[in-house]
Design a protein around this ligand. Structure first.
Ligand code: AHR
Length: 506
């Protein structure tokens, strides 16, 4: 069967800029994300640059990933950065108590992370330790990374082979302080965030964008406590001087079962429940924005979703603490829906980081110890959506679309879309979440002439489809036919698919 919809886009009426950092990533010392994912060591037969896997870097460079968050997650609040500098064989080991209770040898530390960011062309987002660290430890890490001239930390950095300071734009003040980051109450953490942020100095011309650890999902009381703390006029030279953004985390799954349910074997109900959960981030973001607007109507404080993605049961036979899951077309559609919503909230939402880049949760890349590497369906959504980075949002109005589907107590729109404008080109992203109906879409494109269209679609015969090292291209983008005449563009978007339309404008 098929449905129809008309979508109106004014190509000359732009909204806010879509910060490229909405396409950010997250890499934690968790399972095989760092070790085996990014890091194989210099002696590995797998091609590498100074221990960092070359194929993974090349694949991520093609996505132009704007920033990478590290070292956690929960791991950040038990990480002591001094253990990860100096000659590798002399670095102390520790136990990664959150993720598998395994030994961490600290071979991947500050210098290796900064080299990785340089190879990727991504900006570093370092997440400091509030839960089990000290103010001094965090303050000295900032000094070690970003100070020039002469100082105790600069001398230590130079002794470890790095003369010039690095540029570190993004700094996290702890992680999930309500949970693994210390089980704190909001007011207690808000005061700590002020204190830690105070000693994370701007050295030289490095300007830190300090991100306070925010809410789980729609815990608006947490956001309110942080806004109270940051907008306390008179407590600092100016409110932005304490911390510059507040985060929140949001994971998608089917129903109430985080970490349960197979990544690849699911039925129609679980599929739609996942889509409804993914779409509900719109309500969650709107809630945080409303709280923030009431304290900061000029939108000086940013909102950051520095963990998002799907969370399924681990693949059978893998370590339960390593969070290794397959990635299907369903995951790709979750990403497409999230990006449409992120674009909609671009005025306040400044950054988002998918959890996590390689081998953990909703990954872009899955690697094998045999040296194999697989690009997941989610990878392709990031690739197809690249043109939205730093583009101007274009509102999309869906007229006469398919009726919303009732999922549990929620109403799910099975058509999701967003658009943007940059450098004489417009990019439209559109998802058809319906499992049974293809969608005949008529775009009413106003205000500018369209001189060229490139359509692409990501789909497969079923939403459970995924890529493996034996069959790496089961889900990959292919051409999407379109017809354009006199301001009207028509495409037929298959059921369970994500499509992009790149328009060249006169
Ligand atoms: O991404 C996995 C974990 O999820 C992170 O370490 C933590 O912050 C969140 O609970």
């Amino acid at each position: 069967s098929s449905s129809t919809a008309r979508l109106v886009v004014d190509l000359d009426v732009t909204g806010p800029k879509i910060n490229r950092h909405l396409y950010g990533h997250f890499a934690e010392h968790l399972g095989r994300c760092i070790y085996g994912g990014f890091w194989v060591g210099e002696d590995s037969p797998i091609p590498n640059v100074g221990g960092i896997r070359s194929d993974v870097v090349d694949a991520l460079r093609a996505l132009r990933i704007p920033n990478l968050r590290w070292p956690g997650g929960c791991f950040a609040d038990e990480y002591h950065w001094r253990d990860g500098i100096g000659p590798r064989e002399q670095r102390p080991t520790m136990i990664n108590t959150h993720w598998g209770d395994v030994e961490e040898n600290n071979h991947f530390g500050t210098h290796e992370f900064m080299t990785l960011c340089e190879l990727l062309g991504a900006e570093p987002y370092v997440n400091g330790n509030v839960g089990s660290g000290t103010v001094q430890e965090m303050s000295e890490w900032v000094e070690y990374l970003t100070r020039d001239g002469d100082s105790p930390m600069v001398r230590l950095r130079r002794a470890n082979g790095r003369d010039r300071p690095w540029r570190v734009p993004f700094w996290g003040i702890g992680n999930e302080a309500w949970g693994c980051g210390g089980n704190m109450r909001p007011e207690a953490y808000a005061d700590l965030a002020r204190r830690y942020a105070t000693f994370c100095r701007d050295h030289g011309d490095n300007r830190l964008y300090r991100i306070a650890a925010g809410a789980a999902d729609d815990d608006l009381a947490w956001t309110r406590a942080l806004m109270e703390a940051v907008s306390c006029l008179g407590c600092a030279p100016e409110p932005r001087g304490i911390f510059q953004a507040i985060s929140f985390h949001y994971y998608s799954f089917a129903g109430d079962a985080i970490g349960k349910g197979s990544a690849t074997e699911f039925g129609e109900d679980q599929y739609y429940a996942t889509m409804a959960k993914a779409a509900d981030i719109d309500r969650v973001i709107a809630g945080h924005v409303a709280v923030m607007d009431s304290y900061d109507p000029q939108r000086r404080i940013g909102l950051v979703c520095d963990e998002w993605g799907t969370w399924w049961a681990v693949e059978p036979g893998t370590h339960p603490g390593f969070l290794y899951q397959q990635n299907t077309l369903r995951d790709a559609l979750v990403a497409g829906v999230h990006f449409d919503i992120f674009h909609k909230h671009a005025a306040r939402l400044q950054m988002a980081n998918i959890a996590q880049t390689v081998n953990v949760l909703q990954a872009m890349i899955l690697t094998g110890d045999d040296g194999s590497m697989v690009l997941t369906p989610t990878y392709h959504v990031f690739e197809m959506n690249q043109g939205h980075q730093d583009a101007w949002q274009l509102p999309v109005h869906v007229i006469d679309g398919p009726s919303a589907r009732s999922v549990g107590g929620a109403q799910l729109n099975t058509l999701s879309a967003s658009a943007s404008l940059k450098d004489g080109r417009a990019l439209i992203s559109v998802s058809n979440l319906d499992l049974d109906s293809d969608a005949v879409l008529t775009f009413d494109l106003r205000g500018r002439q369209v001189t060229g269209v490139r359509g692409r679609v990501l789909t497969a015969d079923k939403p459970q489809a995924h890529n493996t090292s034996l069959a790496p291209d089961v889900v990959r983008p292919t051409a999407l036919e379109s017809a354009y005449a006199a301001g009207t563009l028509t495409v037929e978007l298959p059921r369970h698919s994500f499509g992009t339309l790149e328009l060249t404008l006169s």
